[in-house]
Design a protein around this ligand. Structure first.
Ligand SMILES: Cc1ncc(COP(=O)(O)O)c(C=O)c1O
Length: 405
């Protein structure tokens, strides 16, 4: 029977059983197990291990993964910490109060790095990654808009969000799952990033906010948050619409603070309500941690915080997930202590340097018309550069185009 279109199938081997290689078969132990049914009885740990180990061995080498920009290497001390703390559940802040305290320290460190005006009045949380963090940022914008509409006795059933067509798929999920209409700003040759152009065409009184991407997934360029904010100021003056920005800094929010400290893209820009980043990208931690921070407690509606009592005391929880690993949060703190600002600067700068070295090499090959120099800031779009996505650990992918005409 054909697999229905919407069910992905990753098993390319059509056999419905798994055979253990003869060299690993233990005396008296079965050498074949069903693939899609739970075996009737237990196996030796060695047998189960060998099967899973051998399957995982067929994956690509993570260190050579160019695609997801996620950390694929941590040092031995980090691995030790990981092994020691892999059993901690981040949500259980009564059982693991020190992990909870360290989570708070981490988002406060990020709030400080991103120039939150009043660090004591800031609020943030770890998440499973930037996707969850973006959903929370988007939801806070939606909730705040709904409340404003309710207070004004206006309809609040047709929210829309302004964002560029180059957003990562997590924003399409947000729009789809939380029923928000997209107001897509197209990416064109004249506008390789969303720069706040034509806002009056896209915004109206149902607009919940605007997304700015710090490090567009496809070419690595930053969207100019300050320029977008200034365009929103002009819109405010002309129309009375007073809109806020969520910065999707999945990559760039862990690059700009170290390598472009004078670039105003963060809470220094007054319209920035919230920022997310992936701890597991340029936060340099293994997969499974993201962060979202709100400028102040006003930017996060209280209705998004739940209080659960069944784990002990009354515990506030603000996330889409409930249980998730605490180890990655501890690893994030380890990386902050281990590298400090100067360590992060050196690592991120060396990535930028390699990107720019490669881009100039690609440029000199001749046939490519380049989009960015791997320096993340848009110059003259057709003045030579190539777009680069950086990968910590020394792997790269490039986006270029063959020359027109
Ligand atoms: C701009 C941007 N936003 C969000 C995401 C989603 O991040 P995560 O994989 O941490 O969920 C990515 C991932 O590449 C991204 O580049």
């Amino acid at each position: 029977m054909d697999t229905p279109r919407f069910i992905p199938t990753h098993d390319t081997n059509i056999s419905d059983s798994i055979e253990l290689r003869p060299v690993f078969v233990q005396t008296g132990e079965q050498d074949e197990l069903p693939k899609f049914r739970m075996p009737d009885g237990p196996s030796l740990a060695e047998t189960a291990y060998q099967i899973v180990h051998d399957e995982a061995m067929l994956d690509g080498n993570a260190r050579l993964n160019l695609a997801t920009f996620v950390s694929t290497w941590m040092d031995d001390e980090a691995r030790r910490l990981y092994a020691e703390t892999v059993d901690k559940n981040m949500v259980d802040k009564d059982e693991y109060p020190q992990t909870a305290a360290i989570e708070d320290r981490c988002w406060k460190i990020l709030a400080d790095l991103w120039h939150a005006p009043e660090p004591t009045n800031t609020i943030g949380t770890s998440t499973i990654g930037s996707s969850e963090a973006c959903m929370l940022g988007g939801l806070a914008l939606k909730r705040r808009w709904q409340q404003k509409q309710k207070d004004a006795g206006k309809p609040y059933d047709k929210p829309n969000l302004v964002l560029s067509t180059a957003v990562q798929v997590c924003w399409e999920k947000f729009l789809n799952y939380f029923e928000v209409e997209p107001r897509w700003v197209p990416i064109t040759e004249d506008h390789l990033v969303f720069e706040g152009q034509d806002l009056e065409k896209y915004c109206d009184e149902n607009t919940i906010g605007v997304v700015a991407i710090m490090g567009v997934t496809y070419h690595g360029l930053y969207e100019p948050v300050l320029k977008i904010s200034q365009a929103l100021d002009a819109l405010h003056e002309e129309t009375g619409l007073d809109l806020q920005i969520h910065v999707d800094g999945a990559s760039g929010a862990m690059i700009a603070p170290f390598c472009q400290p004078d670039l105003e893209w963060d809470f220094r820009v007054p319209r920035v309500a919230s920022i997310n980043t992936s701890g597991h990208k340029y936060g340099l931690v293994y997969p499974g941690v993201g962060w979202v921070i709100w400028r102040d407690t006003d930017a996060l509606p209280e209705s998004m915080v739940f209080h659960v009592s069944y784990l002990g005391g009354s515990m506030p929880t603000l996330a889409l997930n409930f249980s998730r690993p605490g180890a990655q949060v501890l690893l994030q703190y380890y990386m902050f202590l281990r590298l400090g600002k100067e360590g992060f600067r050196q690592i991120q700068q060396s990535s930028l340097d390699v990107a720019q070295y490669l881009s100039s090499g690609i440029e000199s090959l001749g046939p490519f018309e380049l989009v960015s120099r791997g320096d993340t800031i848009e110059g003259d779009p057709f003045d030579g550069p190539v777009a680069m996505r950086l990968e910590v650990g020394g792997s790269w992918s490039t986006v270029g185009r063959t020359r027109r005409g």
